[in-house]
Design a protein around this ligand. Sequence first.
Ligand SMILES: [Zn+2]
Length: 218
Amino acid sequence: MTENNFSEIIVETILSVPFQENGYLIYRVGNQDCLLVDPGFEPEKIIERVENKKLNPVAILVTHGHADHIAGIDAIKDVWNNCKIYIGEEEKEKLIDAEQNLSAPFGFAVTVSPADILLRNGDKLNLAGISIEVRHVPGHSKGHLVYLLTTDSKPILFSGDVIFKQSIGRSDFPDGNPAIQIEAIRSQILSLPDETIIFAGHGPATTVGEERRTNPYL
Ligand SMILES: [Zn+2]
């Protein structure tokens, strides 16, 4: 677990070991409500962290429906049953279809509860006292979203599996497309200010400026 402090907004990274997937816990100081991004395998680590902080998850923001990003959803909802699942409208089937979320092809079928709220590019949310802009970045999966948070200091982006430090996401899945992914990263992510922090679905955090300058795939 690592903690990043953006004056009033705290981001904790909670690593799920099986696929080295990053789940995120986000909250505003002084507000009991919190957000979760992509709870994957080992949700008990997230639950323990949230309970230790005496927080109340109001939303699970899903970047995309691959199994390693959704497997923990129902364990979270079992504890906080008013917590709502947010996902892209073109991605919703993956929550409930083990073929589409790629778990069945790997030999372990995972399905979770259906979505509560379907999102589209440009949607604006205000949850747990935090302003969030939704951006559609297809190419790794067709309905992949990234979530852009406004803070008092730097913008924060939760990028799922489209961009990583020095890398980009695979685009060879059935609903992937490499050309679309590159174009969407350029228009939806590289257009953000250099200081924007990127918290990716796998690996360490980076910034938009660093990736614009050094990412060999872009
Ligand atoms: Zn993925």
